[in-house]
Design a protein around this ligand. Structure first.
Ligand code: CAA
Length: 385
């Protein structure tokens, strides 16, 4: 068993790190300030083939897999969490098609998503179905060769800018979460629109909106799997994407640590760089230790899940590693960014410096793709079943 990344993955890490430093870092503060989706970076990532890393070659991706998606997201998040979300949200949006789609659906939709020609989104959350994802109220009623969808989604990453959405709706409310089904909805279908755009604490520049389905006809051919498969498809999707949020959290934390280390060596107080004081050294030591532990767990989860695709692992083990990675890494990102702000003192609190942005961005990693309370619940259940 090797603890090293392969040469190919190391090369990918170096290439993405350089691109992030040269092309993304100079835009990071501006994206946050203006809160406008960075189309230029989406194009850049598409050109570099970064949006199709999780998609097999037969569907137009590069097929390099989940560990590669994590590396890409980590390296971009080091300089801009919002920019890294372009890659992470694409992976989340296309995953239901990968895990639940027919051959025909995969061939129809995945190539344009893998190339980045089209953007996608994951439409699960509703005002009354957040952690309790099974209580989705959006309704889908079959009428001949279409389903008519009615309902409202909220907090949807890429809402209003995506071309393709997976929408979770109930085809049989009497069956609760076993009555949920998943549909591919294209942005131009009649009755489908984006509602309010949210103003957020962090990940500004990533667009988050409501979605409205008002008598929206969706071809029956766009049902993923069978009626009633929706909840399982949603959970299998999140099992495979939560490590990516873990990687995003590791990237944010590493970016904050790098900045704090440089600052501590330059900032002079009491006649010495503050890095020479043990109070600061101990903080930096704890930060780097936590980040490395989080990174190991994230890549352990990513490799485990990738290998599980070839059999061997139980669904419970997949859920456990996925949730542990996101839980631990996001808590580390929050701790580390708060401490990095502290190392900078008053400067850390100022918007001229990047650390308050990193701290605001870190917070969402403890919340989206399932709050960390839900991750703990998932982990505990895998032990107790
Ligand atoms: N894989 C496959 N099947 C699964 C599964 C998994 N990981 N987890 C559960 N299931 C199945 C179960 O086996 C069960 O089926 P059976 O009865 O046939 O065995 C069924 O689904 C119901 O499972 P539970 O009884 O565990 O359901 P629950 O309601 O008690 O709990 C939950 C489920 C884990 C709490 C789940 O609702 C959950 O993960 N909630 C969080 C939702 C979430 O992460 N939302 C994020 C939205 S996306 C986002 O944030 C991104 C963005 O764009 C902002």
């Amino acid at each position: 068993m090797s603890y090293r990344l392969s040469e190919d993955l190391e090369m990918l890490r170096r290439t993405v790190a350089k691109m992030a430093e040269d092309r993304v870092a100079p835009r990071a503060a501006e994206i946050d300030e203006q809160d406008a989706y960075p189309w230029d970076l989406k194009e850049l990532f598409a050109e570099q083939g970064l949006l199709g890393a999780g998609v097999p070659e037969e569907y137009g991706g590069t097929g390099i897999g989940l560990p590669a998606v994590c590396l890409i997201v980590e390296e971009i998040a080091r300089v801009s969490a919002s920019a890294s979300l372009i890659v992470a949200a694409q992976e989340l949006g296309l995953m239901p098609i990968l895990v639940g789609g027919s051959e025909e659906q995969k061939r129809k939709y995945l190539p344009a998503l893998a190339s980045g020609e089209q953007i996608c989104a994951f439409g699960l959350t509703e005002p009354n179905a957040g952690s309790d994802a099974g209580s989705v109220k959006t309704r889908a009623v079959r009428q001949g060769d279409v389903y008519i969808l009615n309902g409202q989604k909220c907090f949807i990453t890429n809402g209003g800018i995506a071309d393709v959405y997976t929408i979770f709706a109930s085809t049989d409310p009497g069956k609760g979460l076993k009555g949920l089904s998943a549909f591919i909805v294209e942005k131009d279908y009649p009755g489908f629109s984006a509602g309010k755009k949210e103003k957020k604490m962090g990940i500004r520049g990533s667009q988050t909106t409501e979605l409205i389905l008002d008598n929206c006809p969706v071809p029956a051919a766009n049902l993923l799997g069978k009626e009633g498969d929706g909840f399982k498809i949603a959970m299998m999707t999140l099992d495979r994407t939560r490590p990516v949020i873990g990687a995003q959290a590791v990237g944010i934390a590493q970016g904050a640590l790098d900045y704090a280390v440089n600052y501590a060596q330059e900032r002079v107080q009491f006649g010495k760089p503050i890095a020479s004081f043990q109070g600061i050294q101990f903080m930096l030591a704890d930060m780097v230790t936590r980040i490395e532990a989080a990174r190991q767990l994230v890549y352990k989860a990513a490799f485990f899940i990738e290998e599980a695709a070839h059999g061997g692992a139980s669904p419970a083990e997949i859920s456990r590693f996925s949730s542990m990675a996101k839980l631990f890494a996001s808590d580390v990102a929050m701790q580390v960014t708060v401490d990095a702000v502290q190392v900078l003192g008053g400067y850390g609190y100022m918007r001229e410096y990047p650390l308050e942005r990193m701290m605001r961005d870190a917070k969402i990693t403890q919340i989206y793709e399932g709050t960390n309370q839900i991750q703990r619940l998932v982990i505990a259940r895998t032990l107790l079943d």
